[in-house]
Design a protein around this ligand. Structure first.
Ligand code: EBR
Length: 385
């Protein structure tokens, strides 16, 4: 740090230069992100609440009410009245909270001390962090030929150490929805905590279903589901950081509570102490502003773009990994190796992402990718072909 204060203008110029090195969503070239530019209204509200701290909710009662309302509102979308939970920093923290709740619950009520969690092979790597931090062993359940959790493989790996089963509504690589109803049944019958990671799909599946899309049930209407991750900062157009963790029962928050002596509340269940109220306020604002109708329109638009890209690729002769269920398309060239194809696209200015299972180029059709960008992408792919 320098000794003397620096003029604001100089600082801003310096920051601008660095900011210019960043890719911008508005260029429509970022193809692999599940985040996107937040809605301007959500950003406006976010700035107004920057100083609020939900780590000490007694000091920010109004903002705490906002968080409660957002959680109830998301819970409502997921068929749960009086939901509890928190707006957290993202899907990672939400998943860690869910697994912590499951572990503590199993420790308290079943005496399991060296627990295991069962996750599908397609699970996000946040569960590896959760297992590492919480001293749990990861047991992977294989996928079926359609890249969804293989229910028989899942049954085979359940043991008396299993503290949680995880399934996904909107996988990171392919956007697929696991057979959640079947998994819920298995978890319920075996009295095992069941967490659904809908970080990506949670802000689109409910709206698409209401619009008549044939998508499976994944929410609290299934009796085995104990918690769901839903991220406002992905498909919800809220500013980063905004993840959501919704629990079926207060009990799951209570088993994680630690005493918080010097605060305005006696206990705290979240992982983070000092935490933003701005994320809750911005999420509240954007959910009101869009309503189900607005989100439905948005999700439908992204599905139409998905269809457009999918058909365009098939027409040209590219191999598409699977028929998209949500707004992700993964594909390969019939002859060019995936990394080489990725390099060619990068050379043409596209920011691409390579999926691991199966190895392919994945495009997440977020709000910043418009039809015009897709036409350019298809032109470039035609050229490459
Ligand atoms: C990928 C997010 C991503 C975002 C990738 C930006 C590239 C980007 N996924 O440039 C699931 C199903 C996910 C996921 C993140 C997380 C973690 C949990 N579950 O902590 O908010 O796809 O990153 O969410 P996070």
């Amino acid at each position: 740090m320098q000794d003397k204060p620096v003029d604001k203008k100089e600082i801003l110029e310096e920051l601008s230069k660095l900011h210019d090195l960043d890719h911008r969503y508005s260029d429509g070239r970022i193809l692999g992100s599940m985040c996107t530019e937040a809605h301007p209204f959500a950003k406006e509200v976010y700035c107004k609440f920057l100083d609020t701290n939900l780590g000490d909710p007694g000091l920010f009662k109004g903002t705490k009410n906002i968080e409660n309302e957002v959680i109830k509102s998301i819970g409502g979308l997921l068929s749960l009245d009086d939901a509890c939970g928190n707006i957290v920093t993202g899907g990672t923290e939400a998943n860690i909270m869910a697994i912590r709740a499951a572990r503590n619950h199993a420790r308290k009520y079943k005496g399991i001390v060296d627990g295991e969690i069962i996750i599908p092979e397609s699970a996000h790597f946040s569960f590896k962090k959760a297992a590492d931090m919480l001293n749990l062993k990861i047991v992977e359940a294989g996928l079926d030929e359609n890249y969804r959790i293989d229910v028989d493989a899942l049954k085979d790996v359940i043991s008396d150490k299993t503290v949680a089963i995880v399934a996904i509504a909107g996988t990171t690589e392919l956007g697929l929805i696991d057979p959640i109803e079947e998994v819920s049944k298995i978890a319920f019958e075996n009295n095992i905590y069941f967490h659904v990671d809908a970080a990506f799909g949670g802000f689109s599946i409910p709206f698409l279903r209401e619009m008549g899309y044939d998508l499976p049930v994944f929410d609290f209407s299934l009796p085995g589901v104990c918690s769901i991750t839903v991220d406002p900062h992905k498909m919800g157009l809220a500013p980063i950081p905004a993840g959501g963790i919704i629990f079926r029962k207060k009990e799951y928050l209570e088993v994680m509570a630690v005493d918080s002596p010097y605060l305005t509340v006696k206990t705290q269940s979240t992982i983070v102490g000092t935490r933003l109220g701005a994320s809750s306020a911005a999420t509240y604002a954007i959910m009101k502003y869009f309503g189900k109708e607005g989100y439905g329109k948005l999700a439908n638009e992204m599905m139409e773009n998905t269809e457009f890209l999918y058909n365009g690729l098939l027409e040209m002769g590219y191999d598409v990994v699977c028929k998209p269920e949500l707004n992700i398309v993964a594909f390969n060239h019939p002859e060019i190796e995936t990394n080489l194809l990725a390099e060619k696209l990068e050379d043409l200015g596209w920011k691409v992402s390579v999926a691991k299972c199966p190895k392919s180029i994945r495009v997440v059709l977020m709000n910043h990718i418009k039809r015009a960008h897709l036409k350019e992408l298809l032109e470039d792919l035609k050229e490459i072909y």
